[in-house]
Design a binder for this molecule. Structure first.
Ligand code: S6P
Ligand code: ZN
Length: 190
């Protein structure tokens, strides 16, 4: 049977899709080994396993030809000087891309290829970001009080490779500097 077209809305200000099939919550414990200041990470985790980000997914079959869509919400906060962020991943099918549309908040998309190219793009409301095939990606919220909210769409067959980032981290980090956020080299991935 053929699928019927469908619509949904992203009502402001919460921007939670009117149609949601899955809600993922990722907490501080899911980001073990990723933040530069590991002492502060351990101290924070001992106090509370803070909610760092959430994803609202609209389910579709995970096959070529489909698009998987949803909303990603990264909450504001820092571990030491490093802003809250997603785990980040490569797509298991490396030759798949992704589109992000920023709806609320301020932040960055930190990206890199397996060959070592890097790119860090600003995310602010109204901005569309195209992540080409091969680029691993992580969103970082740099707003002081507001969530970073993005809409995303990517191919149904993309899959997620989290292991590469869990092992090596991203080559670039986003830290709070004296004049705002700064992009710095990750000393642990050079
Ligand atoms: C999936 C897409 C987003 C992320 C979400 C959470 O390909 O890039 O839906 O899943 O932003 O990030 P992560 O790294 O935990 O999947
Ligand atoms: Zn992705």
């Amino acid at each position: 049977m053929i699928d019927l077209p469908f619509t949904f809305t992203l009502p402001m200000p919460q921007v939670i899709p009117s149609k949601v099939d899955n809600h993922i919550e990722r907490r501080l414990s899911a980001l073990r080994g990723q933040f530069l200041d590991q002492d502060t990470y351990s101290k924070m985790l001992a106090t509370e396993d803070r909610l760092i980000y959430e994803v609202y997914e609209i389910k579709r079959p995970e096959v070529e030809g489909e698009l998987l869509m949803g909303i990603s919400i990264v909450h504001p906060g820092k571990v030491g000087k490093e802003f809250f962020m997603t785990k980040g991943h490569f797509h298991s099918v490396l030759e798949t891309s992704e589109v992000y549309y920023c709806l609320r908040g301020e932040g960055y998309m930190v990206m890199e290829t397996p060959e070592g190219a890097t790119s860090v793009e600003v995310l602010s409301p109204g901005k569309v970001l195209y992540v080409p095939p091969r680029w691993g990606h992580r969103s970082v919220c740099t707003s002081r009080l507001e969530d970073l909210v993005t809409f995303f769409a990517y191919p149904g067959n993309a899959g997620h490779d989290y292991g590469t980032i869990e092992l090596h981290g991203f080559r670039k980090l986003v830290l709070e500097g004296v004049n705002g956020p700064e992009i710095v080299d990750n000393p642990r991935s050079q």
